[in-house]
Design a protein around this ligand. Structure first.
Ligand SMILES: Nc1ncnc2c1ncn2[C@@H]1O[C@H](COP(=O)(O)OP(=O)(O)OP(=O)(O)O)[C@@H](O)[C@H]1O
Ligand SMILES: [Mg+2]
Length: 375
């Protein structure tokens, strides 16, 4: 089954991004909402009305398909006007509307051309325009910017955001580009393998990924992961050991922002030791001077990214174990030599803990581990 167990709500005037890797079921979900695919189970509601049994044309949704299909024998102008003419909108009103939309999308000079005379990116904008011109109850957009070059993608993205603000029509927008998702979405729904993993604001998804997959998928460069052993040290502290002993941290339980919330009252006694997956983003590791650092590693590679530099460091690997690679971001001014040792500091409040089996985020790593039955 391409998609299952999905429960997603797009609020009035909201732009919800459906984000996930290729093949995870994004288009399938969109096609179900549009009515071109029939679900074997579940319901689709638009404006509170059950439309599960309605054909696409009765749902009042406009969909821009991934392989946008324009009417090849019609000009751009006729393509844009088609939906309105079908609904018998008056000619003058149609002309005005088409003009507005074409202006907004920067395709005024293309109005008299046929689709075959357009580039892929131009066709994509016409497909977008055709959906916008119709003034639907809901927009379904399937990777509407995928064929545009980087510059055009950024400007069209801004245009879409502006348009969405002025139209106030809800949008469900598919992309596999996490940058597009974060910049455009009121909320982001992260999918993998046909399931929804998390639906939250972009900042919440970035700061508190619900699973290891979400942590790794959202954010660039990618989050680092490694295995760690945790040991309770009194009621308030946790000792973390990782990277074959190269990393030892004392963590406080109970910070507000961090994952270490105060223990819930009346809980059963918990494990004193457990094993977790730790995630930390490259922007949350800093280069420092020994001895005020958490660990020392060796620089393997340095990648200038322009404003920042991505440094690959290997650490751990004592007694024949495989070393772990950690990626971190630093400023170009920081001098790092390939092959040399560097000290690293990890932002305590930005450590993410995941259950190594279920891969779910652990709010209190010690308690979570006990629930997972692994202690
Ligand atoms: N008509 C179909 N019959 C059977 N399987 C299908 C059909 N359409 C898609 N699939 C499968 O369902 C899964 C989800 O496909 P879908 O097109 O929804 O992915 P997607 O998330 O949109 O990917 P992409 O980012 O590559 O467009 C894929 O494994 C795909 O091969
Ligand atoms: Mg798709």
């Amino acid at each position: 089954m391409a998609v299952s167990g999905v429960d997603l709500d797009v609020g009035a005037g909201e732009l919800v991004i459906l984000l996930g890797p290729s093949g995870c079921g994004k288009s399938t979900l969109l096609r179900i909402v549009a009515g071109v695919e029939i679900p074997t189970a579940g319901r689709v509601l638009i404006d509170g009305r059950d439309v599960t049994d309605l054909p696409p044309q009765k749902r009042d949704v406009a969909m821009v398909f991934q392989n946008y299909a324009l009417y090849p024998h019609m000009t751009v102008r006729e393509n844009l006007a088609f939906g309105l003419r079908m609904r018998r909108v008056q000619r003058a009103a149609v002309d005005t509307r088409v003009g507005q939309v074409a202006e907004n999308l920067g395709i005024m000079e293309l109005l008299e051309r046929k689709p075959a005379q357009l580039s892929g990116g131009q066709r994509q904008r016409v497909a977008l325009g055709r959906a916008i011109a119709r003034n639907p109850k809901l927009f379904l957009l399937d990777e509407p910017l995928s064929n545009l070059d980087v510059q055009l993608r950024v400007t069209t993205r801004l245009e879409l955001a502006r348009l969405h603000r002025s139209l106030r029509v809800p949008m469900l927008y598919v992309t596999h580009d996490q940058e597009e998702a974060i910049t455009l979405g009121d909320r982001v729904a992260v999918m993998n393998n046909g399931r929804l993993l998390q639906v939250d604001t972009p900042m919440k998804i970035y700061a508190q990924p619900a699973t290891r997959f979400v942590g790794g998928f959202v954010g660039s460069p990618r989050m680092n992961f490694f295995t760690a052993d945790l040991r309770a040290a009194g009621d308030d502290n946790i000792e973390m050991t990782a990277l074959d002993g190269a990393l030892r941290l004392q963590l406080a339980r109970g910070g507000d922002a961090g994952p270490h919330r105060p223990a819930r009252p009346n809980r059963e006694p918990e494990a004193s030791r457990c094993r977790v997956t730790v995630g930390i983003r490259p922007e949350d590791i800093a280069i420092g001077k020994a001895p005020d650092v958490d660990l020392v590693g060796r620089v393997e590679m340095v990648e200038p990214l322009g404003r920042e530099v991505l440094v690959h460091v290997v650490a751990g690997g004592a007694e024949g174990a495989r070393a772990t690679e950690l990626r971190l971001l630093t400023l170009p001014e920081t001098s790092v030599q390939v092959g040399s040792d560097v000290g690293l500091s990890l932002e305590r409040e930005r450590l993410h803990f995941f259950d190594p089996v279920s891969e779910k985020r652990l709010i209190d790593p010690m308690a979570g581990q006990r629930l997972a039955g692994l202690a």
